[in-house]
Design a protein around this ligand. Structure first.
Ligand SMILES: [Ca+2]
Ligand SMILES: [Ca+2]
Length: 302
């Protein structure tokens, strides 16, 4: 059956927690893990590598959902997303055979692209796990090993956060070898993909992001991962916001302190029902290397 490749409205699907195992994994080398757990660690730059000789065809990974779920689709970061340049040096899966816990299967054909690939099942599928077997590859220009950096499996429940129809930002840092810095990176569930402001002369102060919701939403919390949250070392290199002002659809405002930490933080404010929020950064903490402010993840919650 031909799979559909399309963008799924966030309002209709929540990413499930999965615990990952694999038929084989490459051993840790120079302190870098290639274990199956990298498929669900929320980091694009950490990957599972198969651990057999050759290209690893028919090797598989399995996401255990911890109980029966109604799976509606999944998103795959194919290959090793360490950097876009590195990405071409390892095989990327071309055909993945998904197997559900009742033994039925469905084949999915990927594109050879350095973007997350979103697949939707024709109908919700009750299953306790999804196994993805590598049936064919896009060949690397260097090493024969096959990698997958992340897989998100979704069900048909609504996520807790207010669904965003579109983002807008004061400025966006231009895409480079590490990928894009678009504000949509704020809600991809990946802590090392970020929105970074692109003001060449500024440090992030007065830069803003608009969250345009899919209709009026009741919100009272902002859940954040500040900076590039891949690691503390990476986090320290770029500017981080330390205070924000929220401007709601009715023009009212809230000013909130933001912790200088890559850990998840939840900022609370008086509940509002609104169809949009502008988050303006009032103050920043300077990074050690780059004078650009970045944010990894941001969601408005009830
Ligand atoms: Ca990963
Ligand atoms: Ca992100």
């Amino acid at each position: 059956m031909l799979a559909l490749l399309l963008a799924l409205p966030l309002s209709q699907a929540a990413v499930l927690k999965a615990s990952w195992s694999a038929s084989s994994s490459a051993p840790t080398a120079d302190g870098v893990s290639y274990a199956a757990s990298n498929l669900g660690d929320g980091k694009a730059s950490s990957a599972w590598f198969e651990g057999v000789d050759g290209s690893g065809l028919n090797e598989w990974v399995l996401g255990d959902l911890g109980g029966e779920k109604a799976v509606t689709g999944f998103t795959v970061w194919a290959g090793w997303w360490y950097t876009a340049a590195q990405w071409t040096h390892y095989n990327r899966p071309k055909v993945l055979l998904a197997e559900f816990s009742d033994g039925t299967t469905q084949e999915f054909t990927l594109q050879d692209v350095y973007t997350p690939q979103v697949f939707e099942l024709p109908a919700a599928r009750k299953t306790t796990s999804v196994k993805f077997k590598v049936k064919s590859d896009f060949n690397s220009d260097a090493y024969p090993d096959t990698a997958i950096s992340e897989i998100q499996i979704r069900d048909n429940s609504r996520p807790e956060f207010a669904a965003v129809r579109s983002f807008a930002a004061s400025t966006v840092f231009p895409a480079d070898v590490d990928g894009s810095y678009e504000p949509k990176n704020l809600q991809d569930g990946i802590v090392d993909t970020v929105w970074c402001e692109g003001n060449k002369t500024g440090d992030g102060v007065a830069e803003w992001v608009d969250f345009n919701f899919a209709g009026p939403q009741s919100i009272s919390r902002l859940q954040l991962r500040n900076g590039n949250a891949y690691s503390f070392g990476i986090y320290m290199k770029s500017n981080r916001g330390t205070q924000v002002t929220l401007t709601f659809g009715d023009g009212s405002k809230e000013t909130l302190a933001v912790k200088d930490s890559p850990a998840e933080q939840v900022l609370t404010f008086a509940a509002r029902t609104t169809d949009k929020v502008r988050v303006t950064f009032d103050t920043v903490k300077k990074g050690s290397e780059y004078n650009d402010m970045c944010v990894a993840e941001a969601y408005f919650l009830p």
